[in-house]
Design a protein around this ligand. Sequence first.
Ligand code: ZN
Length: 288
Amino acid sequence: MKIRCNNCYKVLNNDEVWCTRCGAHSDEVEEIMKSGITPIDESEIGKKSIIMYLLFAFVINGFLDVLFGVVFNSVNSGYDLGDVGQNLPLALTTFSSINSLMIVGIILAPIVFLINYKDLKEYFRIEFNKKSITSLVIGVIIVTFFAFLTKYTNINFIVPYFKDFLMNHPQEMLLSGSVSTFKIIIILLLFVIIEEIVFRKAFISWLDQTTLLPDGVIIDLQTLLSTALQVLCFLLLVSTSISNYIYFILSNLCFNALLAVNYYHNNRNIFINLIIRVVFIILLVIIL
Ligand SMILES: [Zn+2]
C-alpha cells in the first residue's frame, strides 16, 4: 500500500523518512527501512494490468474477431453476407465474437492473476463478519432484482446477443454452431475475475498511488473507465441497435458504481464482489 506524508499528503518513497516536500518525519517509512521489507509498487502493477487488458480485450480480441470472421466465411462458403454497408449476418458475428472472447478470457485471466498475484491475498480476503455478510445479502438481493429487470425489460447487464441467446435460442445463432450456454457461462466467469482484478483492485490502487483524488472521484472515474472498456471489449464487432448499446452502457454504469462502492465499503475486498457477480451469472442463466 502507498505511504503518504502525514503533513502534506505527498506519496513517499521507500527511503523517504523525511518528506522531501515539507520535511515532516514519517514513522511508516522508518518502519519499512528497519524491517527491510519493501512494499509492492502497486502503481506499476496497476499500469501493467490496464495495458494487458487493453492489449488483449481490445487489440487481440479485434484481431481474432476478424480472423474468426474469415474462418467462418471460408467454411460456410456461399453464405449470404448481405450487401456492403449492411450489418454482417448474426451467425457470423456471434461465431467470431464468442470464440475470440473465449480465447481472450482464457489467456487474459491467468495473466492478470499472475501480475497481481503477490498482493492479491490482501484484496482477496475470505472474511465473514457482520459487515461482509450484510454486503453479500444486499448484493444478492440487488442482482436478483437486476436479473428480473434483464428478463422483463430492455435493461441489460450482459452482451445483447448473450441475452438474446439465453432467452430465445435464435435459429440464426444456432446456425453458427458455436454459441452455447456453457460457453457463455465460461466467458462471463472469466471476465468477472479479470474485471474485478483489473478494474477494482489494480486500477483503483493505481489512481490512489499516482493521484491525490478523493475516494468519491476515484469511484466515478473507475465506473466510467470500466464501463467504457467493457463496451470496447464486448461490443467490438457485434452489430446491434443503438438502443441496445445505450441500455448496456447505462446498466453497467450503475452496476460498476455499486461494485466500486461495495469494494470500498468492505475495505478493498474483491472476494465479496466476486461472489455477488457469480451469483448474478447463475441467476441470469436460470431466470432468462
Ligand atoms: Zn510532506
